[in-house]
Write a protein that binds this ligand. Structure first.
Ligand code: NAP
Length: 305
């Protein structure tokens, strides 16, 4: 039986794993795709303490992984299908195996939200994208738009502006939500035009994105924009499928955990973007991971030894 099983290999999960192995816990981390989570799809990280020079998301993810592996963390690239948390001994179930563990740390992270437009799903990969860092280079000298007004949308617009001939940043209000430094960069960028008080009504195109129809909410004017690439950055939704019905969640599906990262189920902890909290950032994900593991360790001492 394991002491701790961590589900998810993003920043929170890898930090939890590093702390767990360094603390001598018998630990296993499951990751279904690639380590680093959303950080690994970030172009440049410039607000993680200690990294004075910006570091690319993939490089950052590799460093975290090596750091965790240095202490002996075992990472299994496999998808967890189910967790059983009713008893003191918990179960983590994959396609072909069942693992027993004293504690589980949920670290499945979050994914980009969809706008919910017709053709959005069908044109994904054909002009619609949720990851500027992944797809931006396809739009050299092309016209692109980003929807959203937060840190992700502004970072995406700045990233795309390195390739595209023009980037529209479409925001539903007259004020950006993004941090001041990103706002300043966007507003000063010659290739970026912000369309304020504007929503996207539909995607235009037969086989791929050819444009979008937009509406100005103040004037009610509807117009069309010709586009090659349409990037959606309107926030995140938790990857909570494994945890639905097992632990308490907010109405929009974020797992509720206290400041020790404990959920309402003894022995089950939640860390990172999956958890409801006021600030979703790399530095808070890492902090959650550390706190989650130390709390799991304390729980094991109090309940198993
Ligand atoms: P966010 O902060 O929730 O911002 C989402 C943006 O999309 C908001 O401007 C929102 O408009 C807009 N929006 C939401 N639903 C919409 C809809 N249906 N139609 C049109 N617009 C819509 O999300 P995020 O930018 O992805 O950031 C998520 C978290 O990660 C935040 O905590 C952020 O600080 C953090 N993050 C940090 C960094 C960094 O530190 N460098 C980078 C990326 C992300 P309103 O403003 O009107 O609500």
């Amino acid at each position: 039986m394991k002491d701790i099983i961590i589900i998810g290999g993003g920043v929170a999960g890898l930090t939890a794993g590093m702390y767990a192995k360094r603390g001598g816990m018998d630990t296993l981390l499951f990751e279904k795709m690639f380590v680093g989570g959303q950080a690994a799809t970030t172009y440049s990280i410039e607000n993680y303490p200690g990294f004075v020079d910006p570091i690319s998301g993939p490089d950052f993810a590799m460093k975290l992984e090596s750091h965790a592996r240095k202490f002996g963390l075992e990472i299994l690239y496999d998808e967890v299908k189910e967790i059983v948390v009713d008893d003191k001994i918990k179960k983590v179930i994959t396609e072909d195996k069942e693992y027993e563990t004293k504690t589980i740390i949920l670290a499945m992270g979050a994914s980009p939200k969809m706008l919910g437009l017709d053709k959005e799903e069908r044109f994904r990969g054909r002009g619609v994208s949720y990851c500027a860092t992944c797809d931006g280079a396809f739009y050299k000298d092309k016209v692109t738009a980003v929807v959203g007004g937060g840190d992700t949308a502004t970072e995406d617009a700045l990233f795309l502006a390195q390739y595209a001939s023009k980037v529209y940043l479409i925001h539903r209000r007259d004020q950006l939500r993004a941090s001041k430094i990103l706002q300043d960069r966007v507003l000063a960028h010659p290739k970026i035009e912000v369309l304020w008080d504007t929503v996207v009504e539909s995607i235009i195109g037969e086989e791929q994105v050819e444009g979008i129809s937009i509406k100005n909410l103040k004037t009610n004017t509807v117009s069309q924009l010709e586009l090659d690439g349409f990037f959606i950055a309107i926030g995140i939704k938790p990857n909570n499928q494994l945890a639905v019905g097992k632990v308490d969640m907010t109405d929009d599906g974020f797992v509720i955990a206290d400041e020790t990262m404990a959920t309402n189920v003894p022995g089950v902890f939640a860390v990172g973007d999956l958890r409801y909290k006021p600030v979703w950032q790399l530095v808070t994900a890492a902090a959650d991971g550390a706190v989650g593991t130390l709390s799991a360790q304390r729980y094991i001492m109090e309940n198993f030894e």
